[in-house]
Design a protein around this ligand. Structure first.
Ligand code: DCP
Ligand code: CA
Length: 396
């Protein structure tokens, strides 16, 4: 039976999230990455900015020279994480077989779902519609009988596209495209292929596998197979989570105890929310610190009882932080918190008298955050944290 595999990729992801939140940015050349007078690279460029030649990975200053009127903004990683979580949640409503392949892209296997969602093209439209309505973002979707062709198809129809490759048409779809469109073919491989006289995927498909193996070793076989639309990789949902962590790098190194404490509180709340979302409890809390000289330490404590409470995680982490700060008086560049040794939560029973108010409060906060976004609620102790949102932009 022919599989129906979707590759769904959000368009100009970081920039589009910013544009969705700030209508003044819509329809304009926008670059996420930071101010052009600072060192750094373009993380994401709006399609309007791409018209000027601005591309991801390019130094910001070069982007500025190409298009001085572009709007350059700092990234805000928590926002993108939040959008990514919601994106994955939408996908999981359509199939249990969803494999995230980055923050803004995923594979979904919809084989055999016709009787529920209709033909694949219709399902693709439904997915795009929900992303548009709920996230105010556009996605491009490729549908094919294998992962590699689905991915090339979603790239091909960007932005805001939907392209289904009918079974049997895979090779003829790939053939005229440049080899650089094939996943796994970077600049170096493209150059080496060019020296062999191979510029299109069709020419690559026709090249004897033995020759490709001779030049590229084992990866040569993949090149041959992918070019011929041979790819039996399954869509694999991520395996069970073993640990959950959140970290942030500061815009400026710091030794300010109350700022570190508030940051830690914020990160612990994020980890706690993720634990509860996954219905897990943790037995171990790990603090990570990176100093200005890049020395990195981690300190951990096992909990007496497993927990998913912000309060317990924070108290434990705070003790670890205090110890670490007395051990070393060095400026801190990054702080992170993780939990591990996870187990499934017991079902929260409302009849259980031991359920304390704090747990109910955490659940209520999670519900509101799920609806309105993580930053819609700040607990009193994280309020001094305005700067952290800017600082987290350095995380990627
Ligand atoms: N990203 C980054 N640095 C890069 C490339 C990407 O930080 N060098 C981040 C920002 C992007 C996100 O990852 O928004 C997704 O990467 P994509 O390659 O999918 O790029 P976009 O989503 O921005 O654009 P496209 O519409 O081409 O998918
Ligand atoms: Ca993308």
């Amino acid at each position: 039976m022919n599989r129906r595999i979707f590759h769904i990729d959000l368009d100009a992801f970081f920039v589009s999230v910013e544009q969705a939140l700030n209508p003044n940015l819509q329809g304009k050349p926008v670059v996420v990455g930071g101010r052009p007078d600072r060192r750094g690279v373009v993380a994401s460029a709006s399609y309007e900015a791409r018209k000027f030649g601005i591309r991801a990975g390019m130094p910001l200053i070069k982007g500025y020279h190409l298009c001085p009127q572009a709007i350059f903004i700092q990234g805000n990683f928590p926002r993108y994480q939040e959008a990514s979580d919601k994106f994955m949640e939408i996908l999981s409503d359509f199939s249990p077989q969803v494999e995230p392949a980055g923050l803004d892209e995923a594979y979904l296997d919809a084989t055999g779902t016709e009787n529920i969602f209709g033909p694949p093209g219709k399902l693709g439209e439904k997915i795009k519609e929900r992303i548009k309505n709920e996230l105010k973002l556009t996605a491009s979707i490729g549908i094919a009988s294998c992962k590699v062709v689905a991915k090339v198809a979603s790239d091909f129809c960007k932005p805001d596209g939907l392209l289904e490759i009918t079974p049997g048409d895979e090779r003829s779809f790939l053939a005229p495209l440049p080899v650089s469109q094939l996943p796994g073919v970077g600049k170096k491989t493209a150059k080496a292929l060019k020296e062999l006289g191979i510029t299109t995927i069709g020419e690559l498909a026709e090249t004897p596998v033995s020759l490709l193996q001779k030049y590229f070793g084992a990866p040569g076989v993949f090149l041959h197979n992918y070019a011929n639309a041979i790819d039996d990789r399954e869509v694999e949902p991520p395996s069970e989570t073993k640990s959950i962590s959140r970290e942030t790098t500061f815009a400026e190194d710091t030794l300010d105890g109350s700022f570190l404490k508030a940051t830690l509180r914020y990160l612990c709340e994020r980890v706690g929310a993720e634990l509860r979302y996954r219905n897990k409890q943790a037995r171990c809390v790990v603090l990570k610190l990176r100093y200005s000289d890049f020395e990195t330490i981690s300190r951990q404590t096992a909990l007496k009882e497993s927990s998913d409470s912000d309060e317990v995680i924070f108290t434990t982490a705070h003790n670890l932080l205090n110890k670490a700060l007395t051990e070393k008086q060095k400026l801190v560049r990054l702080i992170g918190i993780g939990v591990s040794h996870l187990m499934d939560s017991k079902q929260l029973s409302l009849l259980d008298k031991s359920v304390n108010r704090r747990e109910l409060l955490n659940k209520a906060i999670d519900r509101i955050r799920k609806k309105y976004g993580f930053t819609s609620i700040q607990t009193g102790r994280t309020l001094p944290l305005k700067e952290i949102l800017a600082a987290e932009a350095e995380d990627y």
